[in-house]
Design a protein around this ligand. Structure first.
Ligand SMILES: Cc1cc2nc3c(=O)[nH]c(=O)nc-3n(C[C@H](O)[C@H](O)[C@H](O)COP(=O)(O)O)c2cc1C
Length: 356
């Protein structure tokens, strides 16, 4: 054991695990291979299969973690080299050599790693400043086969926002999705402080009366009764309005739907999110519908009626039509200006295996 080396590796991996992951699933593990390599391994089973076609959600999260690790390694004086792997659990190896340093722009991103959190509040309905818009786009530059566009036209954002909340509309009326959604939410501060997988209810930013009602909705019999009187549609309409209060939607596209591009898209989003955090901006990924639509289309899982499949398919088609581009969106987020989140999620400390 080498104390100083181990302390630096621990710092790099603490930064890595601060990355976003679906429902805070933290689908990663790490191996330090002497003399100087950190391996990033994926655990796709930690993410729910309905939202993880081809491991897309898992590899995306690994990309975000890798980006944080690269920034932190440079801050510690390393010149990291990334070696990607196309199959198996090993996604990338980070080879650390002495002699690196952060550029000014990278330092701004690295310092924002602890400041980056999901913010699910309503945002202030104001346009992006030109400077902020430029900074977000600049952070997305240079990605290999993944790119970002910002959508700021309220007339286009509104229908896309409503199509995206077809996610909630479906989840509140479908038994397997309902079980999955409520199964991922917890009410315990202790569990959140311990960095457990799942969503702490206060991070959902429900208004207090809705929070009480939400507890009752955990029971499928209650949700089902409310679904019969159109409750899911009502929630979807309210959430769509709230999401469209953002200054912009960010749309990430990839030139191929494969593992390398999911990782690249994750790296891109992490840089953009850090740039946003550094500027005091707020961001929320709002992409469940896109991920679910691709799974339903390609894997036809059981538990969905033809009507539900059609609802999701049509919402996906509406998003594509309103985007008006030939390119399929991989992931959508909203970005803008808001009060700080009521609560943020924490992480399990990274587990590091040591190997020769
Ligand atoms: C692939 C992926 C998909 C996600 N989808 C959503 C989503 O649809 N809605 C949402 O509110 N958050 C979504 N998230 C954000 C995670 O829930 C969030 O990153 C995680 O709970 C950790 O919280 P933090 O971002 O505050 O660190 C997604 C994250 C990833 C990586």
């Amino acid at each position: 054991m080498d104390g100083e080396r181990d302390a630096r590796i621990a710092k790099i991996l603490s930064a890595a695990v601060a990355a976003p992951s679906g429902d805070n699933s933290q689908p990663w593990r790490f191996v330090f291979r002497a003399p100087n390599t950190i391996e990033f391994h994926a655990i796709p089973e930690k993410d729910n299969a309905l939202f993880n076609l081809d491991g897309s959600g898992t590899f995306f999260a690994l990309g975000a973690a890798l980006e944080n690790a690269i920034l932190e390694a440079k801050a510690l004086g390393f010149e990291p080299e990334v070696v990607y792997r196309g199959e198996g659990s090993l996604v990338a190896a980070l080879v650390l050599r002495e002699g690196g340093m952060l550029s000014g722009a990278e330092r701004e991103l690295q310092q924002a790693i602890p400041l980056r959190h999901t913010n699910r509040k309503a945002y202030k309905k104001v346009p992006l400043t030109e400077d902020d818009q430029r900074a977000l786009l600049a952070a997305a530059e240079g990605a290999n086969g993944a790119s970002l566009s910002l959508l700021e036209d309220a007339g286009v954002m509104a229908p896309i926002s409503r199509a995206l909340t077809t996610m909630e509309e479906t989840a509140l009326g479908n038994k397997p999705l309902h079980a999955l959604f409520f199964g991922s939410i917890f009410w315990s501060k202790e569990r959140n402080d311990a960095g457990e997988h799942g969503l702490y209810v206060y991070t959902l930013e429900l208004p207090p009366p809705a929070r009480l009602f939400f507890k009752a909705l955990r029971h499928w019999s209650v949700a089902k009764a409310f679904a019969k009187i159109g409750f899911p549609k009502m929630v979807a309409a309210i959430n769509a309005k709230q999401n469209a209060s953002a200054s912009a939607f960010g749309v990430i596209t990839v030139d191929r739907f494969d593992r390398a591009r999911y990782v690249e898209a994750g790296r891109l989003l992490e840089r953009v999110w850090l740039a946003a955090a550094a500027r005091g901006m707020s961001l929320q990924i709002v992409t469940g519908l896109l991920f679910l639509a691709r799974t339903l289309e390609q894997e036809a899982p059981a538990g969905f009626s033809e009507e539900e499949r059609a609802l999701v398919r049509e919402a996906y088609a509406r998003i594509r039509k309103n985007l008006g581009s030939a390119e399929e969106p991989f992931l959508i987020f909203r970005v803008g200006y808001a009060e700080a989140p009521t609560a943020v999620s924490f992480r399990k400390p990274p587990v590091i295996a040591y190997a020769d």
